[in-house]
Design a protein around this ligand. Structure first.
Ligand code: RRO
Length: 335
């Protein structure tokens, strides 16, 4: 059974890959993903300069049955843009990649449009760009104090989409894929509005947009400890981004809403609550071409990519035989 896929011109030997965020900060962590069964390696969202992130405690887990969800307020801790694009890291990733040629996706999350454009300038100038498969622009971090979420501020979002997709690094490197990691949306007019901004950037319209990820964590989640009568997390008044199985149905709704509205040449990557092969298949039925794993990767480690892939293959071998139809815009049948 082949669970590979073609995502925005890239070939992934498995449609299950890691999400930016958990276990993606250090070179060691990225190399472990390269050696794992993940279909691609995706870095922690980079800023121009290294950041240590918000104060501790900034992460908590929520257990419902045997499923683990999470709330985080990490605050964009990362090693800085240079660390994720330096030649030695890219060489070690290539040497460790199993199978060879596994795509490497650089996630960026500049604190301003100018910072994102500056990182793309540096990429254009560097020799690293030829060893990079995709740039995934995160417009959905809920946790940086004083920085409202770009994906919810439509005038700002539209400027970001236009300027980033017009950057010469993409025209100079036609195989370099561009993706955007979106926040979750909750209302049909918002899906219409965002799809209306994304569709003009499609490759079929002469643009460079290859994919979107649906979705980042759901912001403004609040966990409280009833013993101490305090918030569980410290930064930003205790609020953080909710991820994992508790948001899976919302993520799948976002996948389906975007799949039905976006140009066929813009792929949708599902992200939210994927713990099992069945969860991955459910995302694919909603229209996902590939799925990213975040909280479960953090909890289980990179062996999760092998387990989830094997579970998905077992599902595909059923007599009823699911087909991985996400790339062709598959929708679940309406009962
Ligand atoms: O680092 C974070 O606090 C963080 C980021 Br950049 C993000 O995009 N999503 C999230 O849940 N946490």
């Amino acid at each position: 059974v082949d669970i590979g896929c073609h995502l925005a011109g890239l070939h992934l030997s498995s449609c299950i890959l890691n999400a930016s965020g958990p276990r993606t900060n250090t070179e060691q962590q990225l190399l472990e993903i390269a050696r794992s069964s993940a279909g691609a390696v995706c870095s922690k969202s980079a800023t121009l300069e290294e950041r240590s992130g918000n104060d501790q405690p900034r992460y908590t887990e929520i257990q419902l049955g045997d499923r683990t969800s999470s709330i985080n307020s990490e605050g964009l801790p990362n090693k800085g843009f240079a660390a994720y694009t330096e030649a030695s890291l890219l060489r070690r990733l290539r040497e460790s990649a199993e199978p060879a040629g596994k795509p490497y996706i650089l996630s960026i999350s500049g604190l301003s449009l100018q910072e994102n454009l500056r990182m793309l300038d540096l990429l254009l100038e560097s020799g690293s760009v030829e060893h990079l498969s995709a740039v995934e622009v995160n417009v959905a971090c809920p946790n940086v104090p004083g920085k409202p979420l770009v994906g919810y501020d439509f005038p700002q979002f539209e400027a970001v989409l236009k300027e980033i997709s017009a950057h010469p690094v993409f025209t100079a490197n036609p195989t370099l894929a561009l993706g955007f990691k979106l926040p979750p949306y909750l209302d049909a007019p918002l899906f219409d509005a965002v799809a209306g901004m994304l569709n003009p950037l499609a490759k079929s319209k002469g643009g460079v947009l290859g994919y979107v990820v649906c979705c980042n964590t759901l912001g403004s989640a609040l966990a409280v400890d009833v013993e101490t009568e305090t918030t569980v997390l410290h930064p930003k008044g205790g609020f953080g981004g909710l991820g994992g199985p508790v948001v899976r149905y919302l993520a799948m709704g976002n996948v389906s809403h975007f799949r039905s509205r976006l140009d066929e040449s813009i792929h949708v990557v599902g992200c939210g609550g994927v713990c099992t092969g069945e969860d991955a298949f459910a995302h694919i039925l909603c229209g996902a071409t590939a799925v990213q794993v975040a909280t479960q990767h953090r909890v289980e480690g990179p062996t999760c990519f092998y387990r989830i892939a094997e579970e998905l293959k077992d599902l595909m071998r059923r007599p009823a035989g699911g087909k991985l139809v996400g790339a062709s815009g598959g929708m679940p049948k309406i009962r």
